[in-house]
Design a protein around this ligand. Sequence first.
Ligand SMILES: *Cc1c(COP(=O)(O)O)cnc(C)c1O
Length: 426
Amino acid sequence: MKNLVVQLNEDDEPSYWYNILSQMPDFPMPQGDKNSMALLGQVLPSKVLEYEFSRDERIRIPDELRQIYLKVGRPTPLVRANRLEEYLGGHLKIYMKMEGQTYVGSHKINSAVAHTYFARMDNAKFVSTETGAGQWGAAVALGSAIQGIKAHVFMVKTSYEGKPYRRYQMQMYGANVHPSPSELTAFGKKALESDPETPGSLGMAITDAVQYAQENGGKYVVGSVVNSDIMFKTIAGLEAQAQMKSIGEDPDAVIGVVGGGSNYSGLAFPFIGEELKSGTKKRRYIACGSLEVPKMTEGKYRYDYPDTGGILPQLKMYTLGYQLKIPAVYAGGLRYHAVAPTLSLLMAKGMVESRDYNQEEAFNWARLYSQKEGYIPAPETAHTLPLLKELEEDAKKDGKKTTVLVSFSGHGLLDLGNYASAFNYV
Ligand SMILES: *Cc1c(COP(=O)(O)O)cnc(C)c1O
């Protein structure tokens, strides 16, 4: 079969990021008191803060950073899932954008190198960040190692204890990893006092990391949700656009999973932006989440805090409420209470559809996918696979082939322990 693996030349690596805000005149601004807005100015790298509110359509990627992208596994290949297509019934053409093939194993490196680059430009003493399952932390740890900056990573306590290999990966890159809630911040101390057995959450770890940067003169780097982070991650979508074009294809549907929303948006926004600009709707966009944290299907569209401590400005987004106690599902990257404001607005307007799938269903698809395609998906990535069955049925009904572009957000080789517990291999 032709075009089983579509590679992009080094020279064709995008030289700019795509900014969807250029097509969203009605984007609802963050709301916060003077203190929370000032906090952003204090802890974010200055360029990142500038990009957060930029309306420019394209932002040039600094040459040095473009070289760094090439060093950490970009451009990633686009791979046709032909054996899965056949299994499903043959009405789909499935192209997977293989973000699991970056050196850290997920899409998260796409913005981590940018945030740490801009922190270095500000001569930051260190960078701090939160991590759930550890993928974001690993990406920041590598980004920091490349920039020669110290990284302090606040890791959700359950993952810190339950996912030691991610921690070792971060430590290998030279990062300091702290369980969150931590003893290092006022917020963390208070959280531990009120519940010493707390498993922690991504929302809590954000507050921990922001306070730590604020109190110790570092820069805080955000791994999802916000406009600037998503803009950095559009490098994947821009590559995919070039790859699809190079083989004369155009997707009928663009799908992927949502933790905070940067993975899906990073792939989909260059495509969606094209439609917003021309005013013609031609594709389906569907974002998937975890039914155990059903923000995609049961969240309310309103202003809410992005962090559990409520120290950051509020954002308008689909949310289950910032103080939600989130169940300990294995797909740690999906354990977040809200959806990125840009993606939320597109969902509110009906431009992007949403689905939630439970862990058992997602994991069964992960196992099937591994056996058909040979590549073991991350538990998060697996939550997009059940949707392929639905798309196959739709295509069969319509009697025509449907081309699907999937954000394959990560590999599951450091998550085998989770699959092993779910399938009783241990
Ligand atoms: C973090 C993560 C996600 C969720 O990412 P968001 O950008 O927060 O939506 C999905 N898949 C993998 C493999 C991840 O590591």
